[in-house]
Design a protein around this ligand. Structure first.
Ligand code: AHM
Ligand code: MG
Length: 346
């Protein structure tokens, strides 16, 4: 697609064009993605007026991760579930906000796709007008699944099995970034509120091989092991030859931190820490946060690791399992993996 023709390309047009290049495509996936986009537009509208309505704030309910659920999280979760359950393309869904799988009610037809999502990531930032986002991944129901029952095992697939992944970022503008993998590229679309359409704004995003930015919550320094501390110290230590020190940027919304690093280069880290001995594996969730962004970053030429190997190869054991996450520019993440795994001593 040349630059001239891509001006004004809507997301729907883009998905349809991609669909036509795949002779096996039935249009089911296009329908699914279109409905998700409608849900995101509704969430975006609500996020934009959050400061104006009493929807802002805390419901007092505690979610499955033992965190307080804010009203907008609940709203976003409901919007996605209600819009997606009737499209007829989904076998089931899984959300960060729900402890169990979300089944498709009997009155609606079921399909063969599985949608996993974090409806509103970065929830601690809702009240303070900092960017937040929706993260999603799409899988196919395993072909050897013959029962009519929805099984957890259908969903617990490694990230490499995703057929699509992406996110919506509700920031200074609302942007959707998605990929369908297999060399189709990562593309970004900006919502034009006056026309209510996502238009192609970032075609074929490539993340720089190496960045100059590191993003991590350094307040956790005291809870990290020696290797992790050494790694962060490395990024901060001046060295002309390797363009150090790196710049530190950390918003506290994964989508926002990831999106900046995707466009400009850099590494985002949420390492394992010893703060809560019951959760020695970091904070972020494999299925709804790490895997979708890992698919995006790898398709854009970057890498995502848990400190030992690729995020996308991890066989999930539970729906809400957490994982250490190092994600971004390939060289930076490879270095992090080498250090965390002990293969390289700095
Ligand atoms: P959430 O899903 O409850 O919003 O939590 C995930 C968020 C990420 O967006 C962000 O990267 C991380 O938590 C920030 O955590 P911390 O405040 O510990 O730095
Ligand atoms: Mg989240």
């Amino acid at each position: 697609m040349n630059a001239k023709r891509s001006v004004g390309t809507t997301i729907t047009e883009h998905i349809l064009t991609q669909q036509r290049t795949n002779p096996e495509a039935t249009g089911a996936f296009t329908t699914l993605l279109n409905e998700l986009i409608v849900a995101a537009k509704v969430i975006s509208r609500e996020v934009n007026k959050a400061g104006l309505t009493d929807i802002l704030g805390d419901t007092g309910r505690i979610n499955v991760q033992n965190e307080r659920v804010q009203k907008l999280d609940l709203f976003a979760n409901q919007v996605i579930i209600q819009r997606m359950r009737h499209v007829g393309q989904l076998w089931c869904m899984a959300s960060e906000e729900d402890p169990d799988l979300i089944e498709i009610p009997a009155e609606y037809p079921r399909g063969n796709y599985i949608l996993v999502f974090d409806p509103l990531d970065g929830s601690s930032n809702i009240d303070v007008n900092v960017s937040i986002g929706t993260i999603f991944g799409v899988y196919r129901r395993p072909e050897d699944s013959h029962t009519n029952e929805v099984l957890l095992n259908d969903v617990l697939q490694p990230g490499v099995e995703q057929v699509a992944a992406g996110y919506f970022i509700y920031g200074s503008s609302t942007i959707m970034v998605y990929t369908t993998g297999s060399g189709t590229g990562v593309h970004g679309f900006t919502l034009f509120p006056s026309v209510g359409e996502f238009l192609l704004s970032h075609e074929n995003i490539r993340i720089p091989e190496q960045g100059k930015t590191y993003s991590v919550n350094e307040g956790n320094y005291a809870y990290w092991d020696e290797r992790t501390r050494g790694l962060i110290d490395y990024f901060k230590t001046p060295d002309k030859e390797t363009s150090r020190p790196y710049t530190s940027r950390y918003v506290g919304s994964l989508v926002a931190d990831f999106h900046r690093n995707l466009l400009k280069g850099g590494i985002f880290m949420y390492p394992a820490d010893l703060k809560d001995p019951k959760k020695p594996t970091g904070k972020l969730r494999l299925m709804v946060e790490a895997n979708p962004l890992a698919m995006v970053v790898e398709e854009a030429g970057g890498y995502a690791s848990d400190g030992n190997g690729p995020i996308l190869q991890i066989e999930p054991a539970t729906l809400h399992q957490r994982v250490p996450l190092f994600i971004g520019s390939r060289k930076d993440v490879q270095l992090a993996e080498d250090v965390i795994s002990g293969r390289r001593v700095l």
